[in-house]
Design a protein around this ligand. Structure first.
Ligand code: PRP
Length: 211
């Protein structure tokens, strides 16, 4: 039987997901040994896990280097990978929001300058509102942009709200709720259907029990 290749997002969310998958019948004792190794397998359970940068999980899955993986809805909306979204894990919850300095007042007569890591999500959002914008694509520390006058607003992820608060910014509008999704490569879903459906079913059941 073929191995099931699983791309896990490195970090706290990934640790949670691993715990769920292990309980769902895919244990991997080796992955719990401390070290910097990135790939682990359990020959008996026929599973291979690897730690991937969270924003890269969808790439591994889309191209078939991983059969399944866990990615945030933010990444799926932004990059629109050609994959199946099988399950909302309802963990890693946060939201995509527009934020600005507390004294910000929109002037509809002017092009709105929007700083973001999520250019497509921001463009789609303002297109749906018919608002003219100028996107300033940044790779991190987005909150700096309105403070330094680089942009009027930001479109970014808000989880606890601490980053906004500590930088004197506030949410102006919610864009979309975000959570972690179990995704699958399209060909893998066809050829490893039994095993993938099984992990989806067990995961869904475990989530039900813990909610
Ligand atoms: C995200 C986001 C915010 C922060 C929000 O950054 O870009 O900066 O988390 O979380 P909070 O509402 O709980 O403060 P991330 O840690 O992903 O790093 P980044 O700077 O690379 O975007």
């Amino acid at each position: 039987m073929d191995y099931l290749n699983v791309a896990l997002p490195k970090g706290r969310l990934g640790e949670k997901v691993l715990a769920i998958f292990e309980e769902a019948g895919f244990p991997c004792p080796a992955i719990h040994e401390a070290g910097r190794k990135l790939i682990f397998e359990n020959e008996e359970a026929k599973v291979r896990y690897f730690w991937v940068k969270p924003s890269d999980v969808a790439i591994y899955v889309e191209r078939g280097a991983a059969d399944i993986g866990v990615a945030g809805k933010d990444i799926l909306l932004e990059y629109q990978p050609d994959i199946y979204e099988l399950l909302d894990l309802k963990i890693g919850k946060c939201k995509m929001a527009v934020a600005a300095k507390k004294d910000f007042r929109d002037n509809p007569g002017r092009t709105l300058r929007v700083a973001t890591k999520f250019s497509h999500i921001a463009a789609d959002y303002y297109l749906s509102k018919g608002r003219d914008i100028d996107i300033i694509h940044l790779n991190g520390s987005i909150e700096l942009a309105p403070i330094l006058g680089l942009s009027d607003v930001i479109v970014d992820i808000v989880e606890t709200g601490t980053t906004l608060r500590e930088n004197d910014l506030a949410v102006v509008e919610d864009v979309v709720p975000i959570s972690a999704r179990l995704i699958a490569n399209k060909a893998s879903y066809k050829f490893k259907n039994t095993v993938i459906d099984n992990i989806v079913r067990c995961t869904a059941q475990l989530l039900e029990e813990t909610l």
